[in-house]
Design a binder for this molecule. Structure first.
Ligand code: BES
Ligand code: ZN
Length: 459
């Protein structure tokens, strides 16, 4: 047993207690009512980094604060930038939680709380591994920089601005991110691809107030009917998105990658069971993993309009709306997709309907190079922490800042996720396995050691 392992084992309770402390803070970035909680979470993270005697700074602007810290440079060794986020998604629907979302509770070896896996638990593994190395060895074998932000779940605008204006402060050789999943329990993974996203809110307005559907229905355009028809028209029966030009920059999946996805030990049946469905649908000609990881998709996230109360009410509502997004693949440009969608919607609006459309900056998809000494170090570190070498996977989620990181810092991005597919990220009863939490800390400890073997002078 190494001194690090011993240290990590004897500090399990301390690490867990600290994780629970952070999980108690409802840092919901999208909700202005939680603004001070988001700040409290930033200060909590800052405090953890200050306790390691790192040089720290709370970077503040119009948005939520960014936590920054760095350790001293190490001659001849690489610089790793650790990125994570302390903000979380809203906890609704609250009544579906077995224990309250911001009262972390342990059941069957998992801690249940909003943000447990996404991303507080995963992000903290790197802070605690750093603590372990500092306590055991007195110094770090490489220079570490930490950037932990509070706007990942809403598009990373402040960080994007900081990166555009002060990228030299973040200069590094590789970027370490734990904000994703293993391929299966006990089968760790390195993620080499992420999807991008373009998201929207549409609001349709018809008559100046709700109308009797008997007196007016059939003659007055109904915003809810229009919304349903417009949204349904976005995808054809083969699961193809109908917005003109949508596929212009989508590259076909290579045979090699399709074979590689196929070689992964993926069971459709077990995946169906885990999410409680009895079948799948999607773009024809593609497997479930291909659809989730490497093809674009369209999803409605919320939909409203008209009477939602008990019983019947025969009205033609004055307005209706929806939140929806497209997941994008690498090379698709979120700005181009946004323009194309807006044109499509405006061109298909029937008379008597006015549309408001909120668009976002979006995020591009990402593909990493597998062929680098940093990747090799990550493979070795994960093997040590999890007792199993990782497989290479792509993921369907988005981490908006990743592409900008890779481009602007010209550094390799290592997406080393410690979570599980059934951790219920963004859903009720989000959880994180405490065993994965501790394995993550061990793998991260090993990562600092493995990265230190890469000699920056001779490489
Ligand atoms: N941790 C996720 C990203 C992720 C999801 C990685 C699934 C791997 C697998 C991240 O916190 C997230 O949820 N991002 C948002 C970004 C969006 C709101 C701009 C997402 O993907 O919805
Ligand atoms: Zn998330």
């Amino acid at each position: 047993m190494t001194a690090f392992t011993k240290y990590c084992d004897s500090n399990r309770d301390t690490f867990e207690t600290k994780l629970f402390d952070l999980l108690k803070i409802p840092s919901v970035s999208t909700d202005p009512q939680h603004r001070s909680d988001v700040r409290r979470a930033a200060e909590w993270v800052l405090g953890q980094l200050q306790a390691l005697a790192l040089k720290t700074e709370l970077i503040e602007g119009d948005g939520h604060p960014i936590v920054y810290a760095e350790s001293p440079p190490v001659e001849g060794a690489p610089i790793a930038l650790v990125y994570g986020h302390y903000d979380v998604q809203p906890a609704d629907p609250l009544h579906e939680w077995i224990s309250p979302p911001f009262a972390p509770t342990v059941r069957d070896g998992n801690v249940y709380a909003r943000g447990a896996t996404d991303d507080k638990g995963q992000m903290l593994t790197h802070i605690f591994s750093t603590r372990a190395v500092l306590e055991v060895q007195g110094r770090l074998p490489i220079q570490l920089k930490f950037i932990v932000e509070g706007e990942e779940e809403i598009g990373s605008h402040s960080l994007s601005h900081f990166l555009a204006t002060e990228s030299e402060r973040l200069a590094c050789d590789c970027i370490i991110i734990s904000d994703g999943s293993q391929f299966a329990p006990g089968q760790p993974a390195i993620t080499y691809g992420l999807r991008g996203i373009s998201s929207f809110e549409i609001r349709l307005f018809g008559p100046k107030q709700d109308l009797h559907s008997g007196s007016f229905g059939g003659a007055v355009t109904n915003p809810a009917n229009t919304l349903a028809a417009l949204l349904a028209s976005l995808v054809d029966p083969n699961g193809h998105i109908r917005v003109p030009g949508f596929y212009d920059d989508v590259e076909p999946l290579s045979d090699r990658e399709r074979e590689q996805f196929q070689s992964l030990p993926f069971s459709e049946r077990r995946f169906q069971e885990a999410i409680g469905v009895d079948g799948f649908s999607g773009e024809s000609g593609y497997s479930t993993l291909e659809r989730r990881w490497a093809r674009p998709s369209f999803d409605i996230h919320g939909l409203w309009g008209g009477y939602q109360g008990t019983g019947k009410k025969t009205i033609l509502p004055a307005s209706a709306g929806a939140k929806f997004s497209f997941r994008l693949v690498p090379h698709q440009d979120p700005a181009k997709i946004t323009t194309a969608l807006e044109e499509y919607l405006r061109g298909h609006l029937p008379p008597g309907i006015r549309m408001e459309l909120d668009t976002s900056q979006g995020a591009s998809g990402f593909i990493a190079s597998l062929d680098s000494p940093y990747m090799t170090a990550a493979v070795e570190a994960i093997s040590q922490g999890f007792g199993h070498p990782p497989v290479f996977i792509r993921e369907g989620g988005s981490i908006p800042i990743v592409t900008q990181f890779a481009k602007q810092l010209e550094a390799d991005v290592l997406l080393v996720g410690w979570g599980r597919n059934d951790d219920n990220a963004h859903s009720p009863n989000e959880k994180f396995s405490l065993a994965d939490f501790h394995r993550g800390i061990r793998a991260s400890t090993a990562l600092w050691k493995e990265l230190a073997k890469i000699n920056k002078i001779t490489s």
